[in-house]
Write a protein that binds this ligand. Structure first.
Ligand SMILES: Cc1ncc(COP(=O)(O)O)c(C=O)c1O
Length: 364
């Protein structure tokens, strides 16, 4: 019996990819697996996603890790390279890189390598990475003049507010992207998960799903299940102790939680050291041996206390589901912690064992 475990369902991953392909049938898929595949385990996720057209990571180190694990297909480095060493590594490992600032163009002009391909990024309003619309065509001219360039650079941008259905900001971003790239050769990409779900006109030649691949909704008030997705991560642990409380007994740091009546308490092996957020309030739902239960008191580093109810027959060794099934979606736990599901997934810590569920035939 191990402690906290994140079971990764690769069939669900492929199901979600199938759903994305159904929604954007004419688009190629660049699967975003940065930040350890949103906490799911980057290498096993990459190996499970053999059907995608490309993978994308944030940093070159992540891409090199994938190559070392035998991932041979296209990989895009979304933050691009920072210096000549990284540019050399991009060439050596056959990586595609995003060009988002003039320094990166200078780097390419001063070095002979350019990696396996380039994506030129336009800032359409996110104001994070990318060239302003006025600078974009000049940047493009400089890139296509490079002697080392193979095919035309891809053209990309990123939505800031696509999770808001009908957002005027997204429409303005898409318009700017289409106008600025009009007539330029090269494939275009702007849609993240929320763009795929909310803005069909944004699908273009490439979509870049992250969150929805993992079966999680980027749209507030909806779960992945509502959108036809299946959660990929099932985060669970075990009861390591139980005890009976009388009315008035307190539990945990600060004695914040007090039993209003006699009840049975379970102690489970999971805490903020595993990525179960300290910010979760008392009453956060859990499932113990398939039965509904609630968090009691503060989350500790390695343990949580659970009010099982006076009639509970839960015992040491019974399973505690923290999130990851239709009855307990990570979206609901993130809302309780006043954060977003992205953060909860990414924060599942290294000591949590990732258990990969057996892979079956790809679902298309
Ligand atoms: C440039 C870029 N594209 C695509 C994505 C995927 O976004 P999402 O997980 O919302 O689908 C991200 C994630 O942050 C990103 O930074």
């Amino acid at each position: 019996m191990s402690a906290a475990t994140a079971r990764i369902d690769t069939d669900a991953l492929r199901h979600n990819l199938g759903q994305i392909r159904n929604r954007a049938p004419a688009s190629k898929v660049m699967a975003v697996i940065k930040a350890n595949a949103y906490g799911h385990g980057m290498v096993p996720v990459a190996h499970a996603l053999t059907d995608v057209d490309s993978l994308a990571v944030a940093r070159i180190g992540e891409a090199i890790q994938l190559r070392a694990a035998g991932v041979a297909g296209p990989i895009v480095v979304l933050e691009g390279v920072r210096n000549a060493d990284e540019l050399g590594l991009a060439g050596q490992h056959g990586l595609e890189t995003v060009i988002h600032c003039p320094d990166q163009i200078m780097l390419l002009e001063q070095n002979s390598a350019s990696g396996a391909g380039l994506w030129l990024k336009l800032d359409t309003g996110m104001n994070r990475l990318g060239f302003a619309a006025e600078e974009f065509r000049d940047a493009h001219r400089r890139l296509v003049k490079l002697p080392s360039i193979g095919r035309n650079p891809g053209l990309m941008s990123h939505f800031s507010s696509a999770d808001v259905a009908g957002s005027a900001t997204s429409q303005a971003q898409l318009k700017k992207f289409l106008e600025t790239t009009a007539g330029l050769p090269g494939e275009r990409s702007i849609a993240n998960s929320a763009g795929i779900l909310n803005i069909p006109a944004s699908h273009l030649e490439w979509v870049r799903p992250g969150l929805c691949l993992y079966g999680v909704s980027p749209v507030a008030g909806k779960t992945g299940h509502d959108l036809g997705l299946r959660p990929v991560m099932r985060f669970s642990t075990w009861l390591v102790a139980t005890r009976n409380l009388v009315a008035g007994d307190t539990v945990g740091y600060g004695c914040r939680w007090r039993a209003a009546k006699p009840t049975r308490l379970g102690i489970a092996a999971c805490g903020y050291g595993d990525g179960y957020p300290w910010a979760l309030p008392e009453g956060t739902p859990l499932r113990v041996n398939g039965m509904h239960a609630r968090l009691a008191g503060r989350v500790s580093m390695d343990m949580i206390a659970i009010d099982l109810g006076a009639d509970s027959d839960a015992r040491i060794g019974h399973e505690v589901l923290l999130w990851g099934e239709t009855e307990l979606p990570v979206e609901e736990i993130a809302a309780a912690a006043q954060t977003i599901p992205y953060e909860l997934l990414c924060r599942v810590s290294e000591r949590v064992s990732r258990e990969i569920a057996a892979a079956r035939a790809p679902i298309r």
